[in-house]
Design a protein around this ligand. Structure first.
Ligand SMILES: CC(C)(COP(=O)(O)OP(=O)(O)OC[C@H]1O[C@@H](n2cnc3c(N)ncnc32)[C@H](O)[C@@H]1OP(=O)(O)O)[C@@H](O)C(=O)NCCC(=O)NCCS
Length: 164
C-alpha cells in the first residue's frame, strides 16, 4: 500500500525508505553509531516489509526509522537523526509518525531497546511516553565488551482496526 508523505515543515517530509536511499542512510548510520548496521541489514528490513521511513528534503535525508510488527506489538528497531539536525524536534516527530503507523495497523504496544548510556534517546522515548520494563544483559556490542539494553514499552491507543 502506498503511503502519502507527511509534511514535517514545508521542506521536510516523512516518507517510506526506498532502496535508492540505503547508501545515504548507511552514511548517516556510520556517523551516528560505533557499531552501525550494515547496508545488508537495511536492505533486509526493506525486503521483509518492515516499516522503514526517512525524513527527507528534495535532495537529501535527515533521519530514518525502522519498525517491525508482530503479535500485536510494534518494535522500534532503529531511529536516527543526522548529527547536525539533532535537537530540533526531528526525532520526536519521526517517532510520533512511527507510533501513529503502528496504531493504525492495530498494534497495542510498542517496545524498543536502548543503551542506558544514551541519554538523548532515553529522554526522547520518555517524552513520548515510554517506560522501562526490563533490562537485557550484555545485549549490545561495546568498546570494552558488551553493554546492557534497557527495554522500554508504551501502550498504543486503540485504533479500531483489528491487527492482521
Ligand atoms: C536520539 C535521537 C534520535 C534524538 O533525536 P533528536 O531529533 O535530536 O530529538 P528531538 O530534538 O526530537 O528531541 C526529543 C526530546 O529528547 C530531548 N533530547 C534530544 N537530544 C538530547 C540530548 N542530547 N540531551 C538531552 N535531551 C535530549 C529533547 O530535549 C526532547 O525532549 P522534550 O520532548 O522533553 O522536549 C538522536 O540524538 C540520534 O539520532 N542519536 C543517534 C542515534 C541513536 O542513538 N538513536 C537511538 C537508538 S535507541
Amino acid at each position: 500500500m502506498a503511503t502519502a508523505p507527511e509534511l514535517l515543515t514545508p521542506e521536510l517530509v516523512i516518507r517510506p525508505m526506498r532502496a535508492l536511499d540505503v547508501a545515504e542512510v548507511v552514511a548517516i548510520e556510520r556517523a551516528a553509531y560505533q557499531f552501525p548496521w550494515s547496508e545488508g541489514i537495511f536492505r533486509d528490513c526493506l525486503r521483509v516489509g518492515y516499516v522503514c521511513r526517512v525524513v527527507a528534503a528534495s535532495r537529501r535525508l535527515f533521519a530514518y526509522g525502522v519498525m517491525s510488527f508482530g503479535a500485536g506489538e510494534a518494535h522500534i528497531l532503529n531511529l536516527c537523526v543526522d548529527g547536525p539536525w539533532r535537537e530540533r524536534g526531528v526525532g520526536k516527530q519521526l517517532l510520533a509518525s512511527l507510533l501513529e503507523r503502528a496504531t493504525a495497523a492495530g498494534m497495542t504496544e510498542a517496545f524498543l531497546e536502548v543503551r542506558p548510556s544514551n541519554t538523548a534517546a532515553i529522554r526522547l522515548y520518555q517524552s513520548a511516553g515510554f517506560e522501562q520494563v526490563g533490562m537485557r544483559r550484555g545485549y549490545y556490542q561495546a568498546a570494552g565488551g558488551r553493554e546492557d539494553a534497557a527495554v522500554l514499552r508504551r501502550a498504543l491507543p486503540a485504533s479500531g482496526v483489528p491487527a492482521t
